[in-house]
Design a protein around this ligand. Structure first.
Ligand SMILES: Nc1nc2c(ncn2[C@@H]2O[C@H](COP(=O)(O)OP(=O)(O)OP(=O)(O)O)[C@@H](O)[C@H]2O)c(=O)[nH]1
Ligand SMILES: [Mg+2]
Length: 317
């Protein structure tokens, strides 16, 4: 018997693992069934606490996520994990590594783990991640952990869209802290200095502190800096406390609501842009028109503004 969309949505809402996996595949690939499915799930989403975890490659993000999951499970919380993996598509070594590391949770129905490739998403990676989060939220997960490598703008954006953004650094990065500053430092709600069993922890902490002392904050509160040894399960409780403390404060000050609204506005705008382009491709552009336009642009007999305006003109809007 074929599973109807309604049954699929109902099964996701029940938290059925196979239904969640199937639904994520549909929305990630922007399948024809995706819009109806998301419409059914969206009203039930929005209750989970979304924690973004980012940082340089190899900082220990997956190990941290794994340990945070164990702690959250002990506290009776259900957990969704989304690892946005740059070693796409689908066969990267890092995914395999994450899988093995997180195998401890593989038989636990209260944990759902999913890796996402970073390329090949219609409308972009951030939009695809948003859709995947909607599924996991509707499935009733209490906490969703999103891991990305903080190197690309997309990945930074995804973590910035979480309720709480955790930036993971490690000793011995040196100038990298400087390099990372522009992108991920400013989205940090909580800093983690992982691999605190290594030399140079104090220096990294001092660097973060001096950087934070220069930054203006809305309510005078600065992001907390937590030291962890993820591999030894040290500092995880303190990290989760810092996350909770941030979220409590954010809810009190209204920052949490503002963050969520800004994120949803973006999600709407991204989706609209993507849908508009699709309509234009299907109904307005003639076969080969884009190529012909490119040729005229190259010959400088047409400019991009005029070309775009001409298309809009034909849409009669
Ligand atoms: N010494 C030490 N090693 C750690 C610690 N935490 C993680 N590691 C090790 O660091 C390596 C990388 O850990 P991962 O958790 O895969 O790091 P990641 O940031 O997820 O890596 P990517 O996803 O590939 O960017 C592994 O060999 C871990 O065992 C720690 O606190 N101390
Ligand atoms: Mg990882």
């Amino acid at each position: 018997m074929p599973v109807t969309q309604e049954t699929l949505a109902a099964n996701v809402l029940r938290g059925d693992v196979r239904a969640i996996a199937r639904a994520i595949t549909l929305v990630e690939n922007d399948a024809p069934e995706a819009p109806a499915l998301l419409s059914a799930l969206f009203p039930q989403a929005g209750r989970a606490l979304v924690i973004g975890v980012t940082g340089p490659p190899g900082a220990g993000k997956s190990t941290l996520v794994d340990r945070m999951t164990a702690h959250l499970r002990k506290a009776g919380k259900t957990v969704g994990i989304v690892a946005v993996d740059p070693t796409s598509p689908y066969t990267g070594g890092a995914i395999l590594g994450d899988r093995i590391r997180m195998q401890a949770h593989a038989t636990d129905d209260g944990v759902f783990i999913r890796s996402m490739a970073t390329r090949g998403h219609l409308g972009g990676l951030a939009a695809a991640t948003g859709r995947v989060l909607t599924v996991l939220q509707a499935a009733g997960k209490d906490v969703i952990l999103v891991e990305t490598v903080g190197v690309g703008q997309d990945e930074v954006e995804i973590v910035g869209a979480a309720d709480v953004s955790v930036v993971v650094l490690v000793p011995g990065l040196g100038d990298e802290v400087q390099a990372l500053k522009a992108g991920i430092m400013e989205i940090a709600d909580v800093f983690v200095v992982n691999k605190a069993d290594r030399e140079g922890v104090d220096r990294v902490v001092a660097e973060i502190e001096s950087m934070l002392s220069l930054a203006a904050t809305e309510d005078g509160e600065r992001p907390r800096i937590v030291q962890t040894v993820a591999a030894e399960d040290q500092g995880i409780g303190a990290l989760l406390s810092a996350v909770d403390a941030f979220q409590e404060r954010a809810q009190r000050t209204g920052l949490a609501a503002r963050k969520r609204r800004a994120h949803l506005r973006r999600e709407f705008e991204d989706t609209l842009r993507e849908r508009l382009m699709r309509v234009v491709r299907q109904r307005v552009l003639e076969p080969g028109e884009v190529e012909r336009t490119a040729e005229r642009l190259e010959a400088r007999t047409l400019d991009p503004f005029a070309a775009a305006d001409a298309v809009i003109e034909r849409m009669k809007i």
